[in-house]
Design a protein around this ligand. Structure first.
Ligand SMILES: *Cc1c(COP(=O)(O)O)cnc(C)c1O
Length: 323
């Protein structure tokens, strides 16, 4: 794998832990967790890995400002704001969903980290992002667009390197299970797996999009990642494993699937999940174990992608406080 330009932010390798009590409670595969919630940048998460490559690209392009977009409680925006602060960029966040009643969790952290926030809604998000970008350009703020979810081929490549890191940790999981949304994490993982001969299956639990569409996106992005890493190769959507059985209630909507998972991981292992991403993916993992999707002799690695600051958002506290 060729070495792409990179800055060093993340605390790597992230630890892997065996979840013995959860494993025996569920009676299924041996469950491990890889702690990308502990990547070290302003409460961490999977975007920190991507930002190591995105910030390097921004620097090389002579940018002065990082601009990106996401939901009000976006983990990606929070980590981008932190990376901007650390490397001396200004940061503009185009946040969709309207200004919340109270300044909490990721939104609070965005402000502490010095980001300039522009409000939009989901339907005009991309237009407002473009407009804001052009405005920054016209003021000579030299914006670099950090793509949605950090999921350009450059950002996603970080997770190909993460496969190398995992293999060096000498755990050979039969499965990697994690939340998938903009698809960059999964595209990087599958590209890395093919490049390095990693044999485990890589199952993304979709947080908000139907599997058919998401597989096409991920296959396309994985093909771009692998060519960026020096190998011309193509991924077919049929080899991308995505399960979207749990995303029907909508993005960020807590149901018994997420609340049970959050409670179980907390009470069996002292491990905190987030309400939007890892709560849903762990809920899917638990459900699939109960449906005998895995063999009891398998090893499943749950890749914790972060997001825990959202636990403190008012809208989730109301529900989570009751369990
Ligand atoms: C962004 C995010 C994801 C999804 O990662 P993608 O690369 O966009 O698919 C998963 N979990 C958390 C906590 C995130 O913030």
């Amino acid at each position: 794998m060729i070495n792409l330009p990179r800055v060093y932010i993340a605390h790597l390798p992230t630890p892997i832990e065996y979840l013995s009590r959860l494993t025996s409670y569920l009676g299924g595969p041996r469950i491990y967790v890889k702690r990308d919630d502990q990547t070290g940048l302003a409460f961490g998460g999977n975007k920190t890995r991507k930002l190591e490559f995105l910030v390097a690209e921004a620097r090389a392009s002579g940018a002065k400002t990082l601009i990106t977009t996401g939901a009000v409680q976006s983990n990606h925006c929070r980590q981008t704001a932190a990376a901007a602060a650390k490397f001396g960029f200004k940061c503009t966040l185009v946040l969709a969903g309207g200004q919340p009643e109270s300044i909490t969790s990721n939104y609070l952290l965005d402000l502490l980290l010095g980001a300039n926030v522009v409000w939009t809604d989901r339907s005009s998000r991309d237009d407002d992002l473009k407009l804001t970008f052009l405005e920054l350009e016209s003021k000579d703020e030299r914006p670099y667009l950090v793509p949605y979810g950090g999921s350009s081929p450059t950002g996603a490549a970080a997770y190909a390197y993460a496969i190398k890191e995992l293999m060096d940790q000498r755990i050979q999981p039969d499965w990697i299970v994690f939340p998938t949304s903009s698809g960059g994490t999964q595209a990087g993982l599958v590209a890395g797996a093919r490049l390095l001969g990693f044999k485990g299956r890589i199952l993304g639990i979709s947080v908000d999009e139907a599997a058919d569409q998401l597989k096409i996106k991920i296959a396309q992005l994985a093909s771009e990642v692998i060519s960026k890493l020096g190998i011309q190769d193509i991924f077919d959507e049929n080899e991308i494993l995505v399960n979207s059985d749990y995303c029907e209630p909508g993005y960020g909507v807590l149901t018994h699937v997420e609340t049970e998972a959050i409670k179980l991981f907390a009470r069996e292992e002292g491990l905190l999940l987030d309400p939007v991403y890892t709560g849903r993916a762990a809920g899917g993992l638990i459900d699939l174990i109960r449906k005998d999707y895995f063999s009891p002799s398998d090893t499943a690695l749950f890749w914790h992608t972060g997001g825990t600051p959202a636990l403190f958002a008012q809208k989730y506290g109301r529900t989570l406080g009751k369990i």
